[in-house]
Write a protein of this length. Structure first.
Length: 169
């Protein structure tokens, strides 16, 4: 299996032309602020209806819906951990979000996926550690996905991605 092509960009995830974009949701899957709000606004009301059918999602897990009015055909909703100091399994749960999202992508035959910086906004996960977990988890994933794009909304997150990508471990 070829290694995933992993890249970082700065921008709005709702504009990405990939097979699937990942949503940093909460366990209700019924919408919220941040990237979740932006994705629901761009996809339209049908996304909320589709999410209702899913009946929620546990932290560290992922569920797919259609993308409706988004350029992306699919949305993979994942629920990141709320940061509470790092000793409650937060790093492992964040890694699980990336791994499970790629597994869901594989089940749907998806070849390109864009991720936001899961948990680093309202959920307070430290940005540098989150960037390292994103890069290391995607690099070590056993997946048929060919392209993973890490989408930073702000310049600071983009720099953290660049550094994590340069650090080949
Ligand atoms: N494109 C890409 N990234 C974005 C966008 C966008 N349009 N908008 C924000 N971000 P957050 P969390 C970045 O708070 O920490 C929601 O209410 C943002 O700058 O969206 O996982 C959910 O419903 C940050 O780097 O998600 C949950 O209740 C990153 O996305 C809760 O927030 C994640 O910030 C989840 O919190």
């Amino acid at each position: 299996m070829a290694e995933v092509r992993l890249e970082a960009t700065q921008g709005d995830i709702t504009r990405q032309r990939v097979d699937a974009i990942v949503n940093a949701a909460n366990s209700s899957l019924l919408g919220g602020g941040g990237v979740d709000g932006a994705i629901h606004r761009a996809a339209g009301r049908e996304l909320l209806e589709a999410c209702r059918q899913l009946g929620g999602c546990p932290t560290g897990e992922a569920r797919a819906t259609a993308g409706f009015r988004l350029p992306a055909r699919w949305v993979i909703h994942t629920v990141g951990p709320v940061w509470s100091g790092g000793k409650r399994g937060e790093p492992e749960l964040l890694a699980s979000c990336y791994r499970r999202s790629l597994e869901v992508a594989d089940e749907l035959g998806i070849r390109s996926v864009a991720f936001p910086a899961i948990s680093t906004g309202a959920y307070g996960f430290p940005g540098q550690l989150a960037a390292e977990i994103a890069v290391n988890t995607v690099r070590s994933a056993n997946t048929e996905v060919e392209l993973v794009r890490l989408v930073a909304f702000d310049a600071e997150t983009f720099v953290l991605y660049r550094k994590a990508l340069d650090n080949r471990s």
